[in-house]
Design a protein around this ligand. Structure first.
Ligand code: SF4
Ligand code: SF4
Length: 454
């Protein structure tokens, strides 16, 4: 059936063929379950910002992918094509239109999913559709660029190994100075460490302060940890571009390095999609079981305080704070209570944002949106509800456990003149550390050693 069109472009045919290989039970369940009740419509931040435009409705966007499934892979499309709205794609232009929807009108945040009584998970098959398009080279330029960096250089920001090591050594010097301890280390590639600490490349390139803050916490806790010189990027662009092969290669690289170093536990710094990819999706993409524990640094920091390994003083973080849940942490991984517990231990004035936890709205930077500059105006417009959420808290600072959210929120705060700072838990925990006794001890010890040397 071709609706009177005789030829299908090479790329359109490849997309259709590959769809057949990617249809899992989970995806087919979501593709068939929608009853078009519309209950998900107002859960989407794009809809709230564009109330008169039906093309932003989750069910409309889903139907652009669903029609292909119905036409080519579902019996209902064969016998009742008009009734089930089956349809195909024939031209590269139609694929470009699909690209505009799956990359430019959805951040795969999954808020519509939790508001769907049928359990339709649009984000899962939207990701599949992204993967089909990427397979034939149809994707935003930024997506192509970042994926290439992660394939070829091993991290999303193209940080070379010598630059990574140089940054860690620089932060080690800062640590020694702040702690007045010339022996303080940020160990690289240490064997048999209890923790292998992995980070987001944004920290190495734009925010090394977060690496230093984590190092201070590890130092004060007396942790036996290391950072790997390879496989240190715990983010994964495969989650965003729908490429399971990239997802498996990136996650596998992290797992392999933990094994090579004989590390006991993998700890990931604060990054929503990295946490979801490395801890939850990665083993499937990489087709391997991981025999070691993998945890978010939020849980590690909370444990240190509870076990008395570090002491914190919440008066060191004056001002008012609210918390933004990353979609991947909260909706996809259930990491909602630990960050709040930790935050309440390191600040005095915590104000909840509404709605929150799994019902929180996307920062607008999800799904790799920060790399798609062509959709920036659309993305900022969709942040209206987030700006309203932030403003309603009256807080001076918004805290989040995700580097992507830091960037998304910073953009929204600037665009809507919200007047708020953005920070992460690691920065607040490091700032609240009670270090004076330790520094005095170090100063006395090293002054005595210097005196001995004459
Ligand atoms: S709520 Fe679920 S069933 Fe209803 S339109 Fe949305 S996706 Fe379809
Ligand atoms: S996954 Fe998020 S952005 Fe995409 S349609 Fe659903 S609510 Fe909207």
């Amino acid at each position: 059936m071709n609706n009177g069109k005789d030829a299908r472009s090479y790329k359109a045919q490849k997309v259709i063929d590959r769809m057949g290989q990617k249809l899992s039970r989970q995806i087919v369940g979501s593709l068939t379950a929608c009853v078009h009740c519309g209950m998900c419509t107002d859960s989407c931040h794009y809809v709230l910002a564009n109330p008169g435009d039906p093309t932003y409705a989750p069910a409309y966007k889903a139907d652009m992918i669903r029609k292909l499934f119905k036409h080519h892979y579902d019996w209902t499309g064969k016998y009742f094509p008009n009734w089930v709205k089956a349809g195909s794609v024939y031209t590269d232009q139609e694929l470009e239109e699909l690209k505009d929807t799956v990359f430019g009108k959805c951040t795969n945040c999954r808020r519509c999913t939790i508001n769907c009584p049928m359990g339709v998970d649009l984000a899962t098959f939207n990701r599949m559709a992204r993967g089909l398009l990427c397979h034939v080279g149809i994707m935003p330029e930024g997506v192509e660029y970042v994926a290439k960096e992660q394939w070829e250089i091993g991290n999303q920001m193209g940080v070379l190994k010598e630059d990574f090591i140089g940054t860690i050594e620089w932060q080690e010097e800062e640590l020694q100075e702040e702690m007045q301890d010339p022996t303080a280390k940020i160990p690289i590639d240490k064997m048999n460490a209890d923790i292998v600490y992995t980070v987001n490349p944004r920290e190495v390139k734009h925010d090394p302060r977060s690496i230093l803050d984590a190092a201070k916490i590890f130092y004060m806790a007396g942790e036996n940890y290391t950072m790997p010189s390879e496989g240190w990027d715990m983010t994964n662009f495969g989650l965003f571009n729908g490429d399971d092969d990239l997802g498996g290669a990136v996650a596998g690289r992290v797992y392999d390095n933990v094994r090579e170093l004989k590390g006991k536990k993998l700890v990931m710094s604060e990054c929503g999609h990295g946490y979801r990819s490395t801890r939850c999706e990665g083993p499937n993409w990489a087709k391997q079981d991981i025999e070691f524990e993998a945890e978010s640094s939020v849980i590690t920091m909370l444990r240190y305080i509870k076990e008395g390994k570090i002491k914190v003083d919440k008066t060191k973080n004056p001002g008012s704070f609210t918390f933004h849940d990353s979609c991947n942490n909260a909706r996809s991984c259930g990491l909602t209570e630990e960050p709040r517990e930790l935050l309440s231990l390191v600040v005095e004035d915590f104000r909840e944002m509404y709605p929150n936890r799994a019902e929180n709205y996307c920062c607008t930077g999800g799904g790799g949106a920060m790399s798609m500059s062509e959709y920036k105006a659309r993305r900022l417009k969709s942040g209206k509800v987030k700006a309203e959420q932030l403003t309603a808290t009256g807080a001076e600072t918004v805290v989040t456990s995700c580097h992507n959210c830091v960037d998304g929120l910073t953009d929204i705060i600037g665009h809507y003149n919200v007047g708020m700072n953005v920070t992460q838990l690691v920065n607040l925990v490091a700032n609240a550390l009670v270090v004076d006794d330790r520094i005095n001890e170090n100063t006395t010890k090293y002054a005595a050693e210097l005196a001995t040397l004459g």
